[in-house]
Design a protein around this ligand. Structure first.
Ligand SMILES: [Zn+2]
Length: 401
């Protein structure tokens, strides 16, 4: 969804200032920050506490127009922290202003554009990840705060802050990240119990985000995840679940059964998690974390994307082969989350990074194959042009004598 440029940030700051909230961090679902975009407004806390609005029952679900999501995986627009040489920050040309330009139209056009913010937006904080004297490669990301404006301009509405990098620069940077996003009117979810609430044409949308990292909702606590989703479902018509989980890299594009262990760390049982959150009421599940794409599954009529891969990861990322393939996943869902259709918008990142439209559509064929291999009849139908459909029911067997 397109956010009005500077006026919105100014209004948001004014609203916060009027409430005396500037400089404070609020549980986001309580932030009475209402960007004046007609189709998306944060609900006042008082209304959220009330019983579900009766208007939902008054309008037949089939009459409501679909809601369009545009979802991407990991977003890390540039690293101001260079290790081991602090003078060599890995920041993009134009200071990032054009990095997302090719996919901005599809993000803007969606009712809700989602991404995983793989690193804090902060000019402050220190990291304990990288040792001195240097002991080798170390991935600690600190994205300049001014880059938040690029995310808003590209059309992002809501971001996951549940991943293994958002805490790279400690609590100071976590606080700065939320303050920057609040100022831009971008919602976020990820800290334990923290959810994002949006509204699209009267449909209340709740977003919860999970990972295996400290300071976030833990996807390995499947029962706890289901509980959070069920609680959110009581406050929202449609619940979207984001998760950052699974093993990483080109060798891990298949979705296994059971728990995944990577670098001696449990990365969750993503099939069990995804099914459990749908059982608890989620209408759309968006996975990321493996840095490569994984298959799509339809479960109880809801779409699960097991990994959206890297989207815009600038700098020291491995972008070889499947690591460099990306997409914007456009999905149309009914207001209850039932999957209606979608489109894969294929892209590619070349070193040092930044998504470019891929006219060859390489990622489409890969998603098609992975989905079929891992989910068989539960895979959605994916056309060569990237169209995603609910598979037609198998023709009834008739016998003639
Ligand atoms: Zn990650």
């Amino acid at each position: 969804m397109r956010l009005p440029p500077t006026s919105l940030a100014a209004l948001a700051f004014a609203a916060l200032a009027a409430l005396g909230a500037v400089g404070c961090v609020h549980a986001q679902s309580r932030t009475p920050l209402a960007p004046p975009a007609p189709a998306q407004a944060a609900e006042p806390a008082a209304r959220q506490a009330e019983a579900p609005a009766p208007s939902v029952a008054a309008a037949p679900a089939e009459a409501a127009p679909p809601i369009t999501f545009a979802a991407v995986g990991d977003v890390m627009l540039g690293n101001a922290y260079a290790y081991p040489d602090p003078s060599k920050a890995l920041l993009p040309p134009d200071d990032g202003a054009t990095l997302l330009a090719e996919f901005s139209p599809v993000l803007e056009a969606a009712d809700v554009a989602f991404g995983n913010l793989e690193g804090p937006l902060s000019d402050e904080g220190t990291t304990r990840k990288c040792k001195w004297p240097p002991t080798g490669v170390c991935y600690a990301f600190r994205v300049p705060e001014r880059y938040g404006a690029h995310l808003a301009r590209a059309g992002f509405d809501v971001l996951s802050l549940a991943n293994n990098h958002v805490g790279d620069f400690g609590d100071v940077a976590r606080v700065r990240t939320r303050a920057v996003l609040d100022g831009l009117g971008i919602r976020y979810a990820g800290a334990p119990g923290e959810v994002a609430l949006l509204e699209v044409r009267g449909t209340r949308i709740g977003v919860a985000a999970f990972s295996v990292s400290a300071g976030t909702n833990d996807l390995r606590d499947v029962e706890g995840a289901a509980r959070l989703v069920a609680e959110l479902r009581a406050r929202a018509d449609l619940v979207v679940v984001s998760f950052h989980g699974g093993a990483e890299g080109a060798a891990y594009q298949r979705v296994p059964h059971g728990e995944e262990v990577f670098l001696s760390e449990s990365r969750g049982d993503v099939r069990r998690f995804a099914h459990a959150v749908v059982d608890a009421g989620a209408g759309l599940v968006l996975g990321h974390g493996p840095h490569v794409v994984r298959g799509l599954e339809l479960y109880r009529g809801k779409l699960i994307a097991y990994s959206l891969g890297n989207f815009a990861t600038y700098g020291g990322f491995n972008l070889n082969g499947p690591n460099g393939l990306t997409l914007v996943l456009e999905v149309q869902v009914a207001p209850d989350g039932t999957f209606l259709g979608g489109t894969i918008h294929p892209g590619k990142q070349l070193r040092p990074g930044g998504p470019r439209v891929d006219p060859a559509g390489e990622v489409i064929q890969i998603l098609r194959q992975l989905s079929a291999e891992d989910f068989g009849a539960a895979a959605p139908e994916i056309g060569a042009d990237g169209t995603i459909r609910v598979p037609a029911p198998a023709p009834a067997l008739t016998s003639r004598r």
